[in-house]
Design a protein around this ligand. Sequence first.
Ligand code: GDD
Ligand code: MG
Length: 330
Amino acid sequence: MFALVLVGGFGTRLRPLTEHTPKQMLPICGVPMIEWVVSHLADHGIEEIGLALGYRPDAFLAAYPDGRIAGIPYKVAVEPEARGTAGAIRFAALEMELNEPFLVLNGDVLTDLDIGALLSFHQEREAEATIALQAVADPSRFGVVTTSDDGRVREFIEKPPANSSPSNTINAGTYVLNPSVIARIPDTRPVSIERETFPKMALAETLFALESDTYWLDTGTPKQFLEANLDVLHGRRRAKPELPVAAVDATAQVEDSVIGTGSHIDAEAVIQRSVLFNDCRVSRGATIIDSVLSENVYVGEGATIEGSVIGLGERIEAGSQIVDQSRPAP
Ligand code: GDD
Ligand code: MG
């Protein structure tokens, strides 16, 4: 089966990390997010994938010049402008000539979902499309779905106002689509599958959904991006890559953190629940807590960074206090 991965969004909630790098090329414990997504697909027998690209397509093509990601051959469709999730699917499905049921994935979701079970359910129900669901504590940031007992979708409401959500089961961002879905997507304007196509299909009673309770995380905010890294670090995922190699002084304290290759942590620095990309320098006595530092960030002596996201190549001067900030690249 063919799987189309949506990776063309701007990743605005992860700025400044996504100023120069698309979200799905950001490292999770040193391995780009897209490789985690594709490895999961490979584990479930997917043999070919497509990338629906928009923002910074060059980053993917440059990283995988031999036409394979995690061993799986890939095709690309590059949208001339952002078309929304449904528009992107339509554009790629036509370019890639998809004439049989195919999978679609939000490329920023990490999950151990049983794809075979989703596919069997889709076939048994003779659905036009089937959505994987997941129960979450706060559904307001997601697409909320209600179903009848046989799994038919009654309502699909994208990002309902807080406390007005009719259920806590949400769209987990993996779909099986029949090719007939493509004809439902207009090509004259950007279209969101969540705000337009799925609600209409729910009315037409051709949309089904299957709930799962496996590992699931949308990595789209700094907090969730940190969580994704710590989940791998603490073995909450099945796979564990080789961790990056950094130079850490014996008197520095590094706890619950991922330090990128080529980074240097000097004496008496304290790093907790943070992710540092490659080639960062943390000087003597600096403190970094609950933060993400992009590549090549310099942190001066005694500086404190807490709850913040620091962009590529930024210089944090000695003694500075950076709390709850998002610092763009210089
Ligand atoms: N090619 C392309 N073109 N890709 C796009 C576009 C576009 O115009 N817009 C978004 N994407 C990609 C993003 O890169 C991401 O991989 C995926 O589509 C979903 O977009 P997000 O911006 O991450 O959406 P979200 O997290 O707010 O909500 C979506 O995911 C939730 C689950 O994680 C929705 O599908 C929700 O319904 C769902 O619950
Ligand atoms: Mg997302």
